[in-house]
Design a protein around this ligand. Structure first.
Ligand SMILES: *Cc1c(COP(=O)(O)O)cnc(C)c1O
Length: 372
């Protein structure tokens, strides 16, 4: 929105608007859990697990403490363990790789397709060896990775596929939703995600009853019937307060994703002549625009100009995993991921962003992005 100085005031994300939109529903749901007095797992978690599995079109959902844990537990539940290698995309956030290591495995990074930012199926051959056990495609920014060739390759080699769907709630590939495209999937309910809790939370989704049962054990010390630990697990349970908030918000997820897509359309139309590379929805995929990421070689200058004018932007992510000091040992030839991290810029996009704010962002971007 235009402020009197001629600048704008558009924050990257304002989650208080989501709470306001829900008009007391969240408070009432929390009060019910407080009155009930049972706080970890229990009926609210079971209810949310049923609802979320149904939303994905999957058979089972297992609520856990975070998206990172969901990925680690999903990997373990499909059989990944110490000594195994797990292939994933280099341009993801650190949690993807931390989860692979938390499952006891060694991450192997591969490059991505420039246009979609997602794992390049053609890069798999060179990354896979005798110890490879699984592939983790990341549905980055809200668009599914190119799953058909990835799953086809995995089936040929006897590898498991675990989706990192932390940014993909409701996204689709060939008419099927994220969460049902591999052997198991990991979702995050970190507050900023398309479906976010009031704190940390996550879920493993799978169509495989054995994988679901194992994920249930792994989230609670490996304990099965009679609280007998049949394998070593961890403490990673979803709590009832988060589950009840998530049930309230899940009922809005489709409307919110539709709104995200409408805002993306608005951006795509208004910025088509701006000289920026705009995000593309690949054929057969339904992008849910967790993030709206543009590209330009003059990214830093554009970001600075927008910042001066009161438009907040972010970078997801400032560097690929192998360029973090903690992960230099994972370095390989990853030129696309390295170039992208210098050019990407995330513009504000969330369901409660107004059309006026989106137009202000476009106006400022067009003014700032005068071609060099
Ligand atoms: C958010 C995120 C995670 C981690 O989820 P947490 O709930 O924060 O642990 C993992 N992978 C991707 C791609 C994410 O965006």
């Amino acid at each position: 929105m235009k402020a009197e100085s001629g600048g704008y005031n558009v924050p990257f994300l304002d989650l208080s608007r989501q709470t306001a939109e829900l008009g007391g529903e969240l408070e009432r749901a929390v009060a019910a859990v407080l009155r009930d007095g049972r706080f970890v797992l229990g009926e609210p978690v079971e209810r949310f697990e049923r609802e979320f599995a149904a939303h994905c079109g999957g058979a089972h959902a297992v609520g856990v403490a975070s998206g990172t844990d969901a990925l680690a537990i999903a990997l373990q539940a499909v059989g990944v363990g110490p000594g195994d290698e797990v292939v994933t995309a280099a341009n993801t956030c650190v949690p993807t790789v931390a989860a692979i290591e938390s499952a006891g495995a060694v991450p192997v990074l591969v490059d991505v397709v420039q246009e979609t930012f997602t794992l390049d199926p053609a890069a798999l051959e060179a990354a896979v060896g005798a110890r490879t056990r699984a592939i983790v495609p990341v549905h980055l920014y809200g668009q599914c990775a190119e799953m058909a060739p990835i799953v086809g390759f995995a089936r040929e080699r006897g590898l498991k596929v675990v989706e990192d769907a932390a940014q993909g709630h409701g996204s689709e590939y060939a008419g099927r939703r994220a969460g049902t495209l591999g052997d198991a999937a990991a979702f995050s309910f970190y507050p900023t995600k398309n479906l976010g809790a009031g704190g940390d939370g996550g879920a493993v989704v799978t169509n495989d009853a054995d994988v679901a049962a194992r994920a249930r054990r792994l989230r609670s010390f490996g304990e099965g019937a009679g609280r007998v630990a049949v394998e070593r697990g961890r403490n990673s349970r979803l709590d009832a307060l988060q589950a009840t908030l998530l049930s309230v918000k899940l009922a809005r997820l489709d409307v919110w994703n539709t709104r995200r897509r409408a805002l993306a359309r608005r951006y795509l139309d208004a910025l088509s002549g701006s000289g920026l590379e705009l995000p593309a929805e690949a054929a057969g995929r339904r992008h849910v625009y967790h993030l709206f990421v543009v590209r330009t070689p003059s990214r830093d200058a554009l970001r600075a100009t927008l910042g001066e004018r009161g438009i907040e932007t972010m970078i997801h992510y400032p560097r690929p995993v192998h360029l973090h000091p903690a992960y230099v040992s994972l370095a390989r030839e990853l030129p696309v991921s390295e170039r992208l991290s210098d050019e990407i810029l995330s513009l504000p996009l969330y369901p409660q962003l107004s059309d006026g704010e989106a137009d202000a962002v476009c106006e400022a971007v067009v003014e700032a992005a005068v071609p060099a």
